[in-house]
Design a protein around this ligand. Structure first.
Ligand SMILES: [Zn+2]
Length: 373
């Protein structure tokens, strides 16, 4: 199989210009060095590493039993043929303990490369462990459930079972294999849609903060963050696994991650709707809903109070792809949702959003809930 790497790499010239823009703000910027997308890219891993001049001898490969079967084994075998020493580790959870164990393995074996092959949990553990130990990390997602595939943010559950966002280094490289992504459960793809459209709410909040609080947020970064969601709203969404839909979703999530890299925090992709989702995790921990499902549902609420012009299109998209947009899906009662929104203002209080702007009190919140859900 032959992959045109140049065709599959996101416009790196444009990225370089944007990097300069972020440098002008005197912030250190790290972005992935390469992004490769295509069908059956995993089968071509050795060639991709050669093209990127990545010569590793000692590699840590993180996956789980499922992802090992759907491509992990193939990657390991093809790299072993090149003479690479590989330690494979199955990851079950994305908690602090797992990160510590992986870091211990890294220190002991002195790996020169880490590959994470799997869903959000595996990639989050890989990203933070690699970042803390300053080793190169390649992200190969098997599902598209959130924008962590290219971002500098890793979400790790603490001892109390609450997911905490850690700012770290983004992956050195990202490899997307559409043949694998296509086999992902629909639920995860829908969650990816929820996380991507939430950028429309987050970007609205950024522009609001710029207007009201003079917050310094570059418009080019905001456009990069929202462009994928806007494109997705225009795609014929009846077949979520169609080539067009999957590529648009993937491109949008990658750009969302890059916007975070350029800004140096999750700000361009995480506003009031993420505050609500985090508040849900704090007040009602241990539920089995996905991050993208939570932020997608919260986005409907924040967009309504923002009077966001994209709300109607987002609702239509959710209906078309059968996104679970009802509050009852999260097993949260309306009166608990009121508590969650009130609590949300305590999350990252320095981040100005529509929740602070509209001074959302319990009465106002309860009035809006039946109009949306
Ligand atoms: Zn998110």
């Amino acid at each position: 199989m032959n992959i045109d790497l140049n065709k599959n790499i996101i416009n790196l010239n444009k990225m370089a210009q944007m990097k300069k823009l972020a440098f002008d703000r005197k912030k250190p910027v790290k972005v992935p060095t390469f992004i490769v997308r295509g069908e059956n890219t995993v089968a071509d891993i050795s060639r991709i590493l050669d093209e990127q001049k990545i010569h590793c001898r000692n590699l840590l490969f993180l996956c789980d039993e499922t992802t090992f079967k759907i491509g992990g084994k193939e990657i390991i075998e093809s790299l072993k043929k090149k003479g690479v020493e590989i330690v494979k580790k199955f990851i079950q959870r994305s908690d602090e303990k797992t990160v510590r164990l992986v870091e211990k393995t890294i220190k002991y074996h002195k790996f020169d490369l880490l590959i994470g092959f799997g869903g959000g949990r595996i990639l989050d553990v890989a990203k933070l462990a690699a970042g803390n130990n300053r080793i190169r990390y390649i992200s190969i997602p098997t599902i598209l459930s959130n924008d962590g595939i290219s971002s500098p943010v890793s979400v790790i559950t603490n001892k109390k079972g609450i997911p905490i966002s850690h700012l770290t280094y983004p992956p050195y490289g990202v490899i997307i294999d559409y043949a694998i992504i296509k086999k992902a459960p629909l639920r995860h793809l829908r969650a990816g849609v929820g996380d991507l459209v939430s950028n429309l709410s987050a970007v609205f909040d950024c522009r609001l903060a710029r207007k009201r609080k003079n917050e310094c947020i570059d418009e080019k970064i905001l456009r990069l963050s929202e462009i994928g969601a806007k494109k997705l709203l225009k795609v014929n969404a009846y077949d979520i696994k169609s080539k067009e839909f999957l590529e648009t979703l993937c491109d949008g999530l990658l750009k969302s991650g890059l916007a975070m890299c350029l800004f140096g925090s999750s700000r361009p992709a995480s506003g009031s709707e993420h505050k609500i989702s985090h508040a849900m995790d704090y007040l009602f921990p241990g539920r089995d809903s996905l991050h993208g499902e939570q932020v997608g549902i919260a986005t409907l609420f924040t967009m309504a109070i923002q009077k966001n012009p994209h709300l109607k299109s987002v609702k239509r998209l959710f209906k078309n792809i059968k996104f679970p947009y009802k509050l009852s899906y999260l097993k949260i009662r309306p009166d608990d949702f009121v508590k969650i929104v009130v609590y949300a203002k305590k999350i990252r209080p320095w981040r100005y959003t529509i929740l602070e702007d509209k001074k959302m009190c319990p009465e106002k919140i309860s009035k809006i809930i039946p109009e949306i859900f």
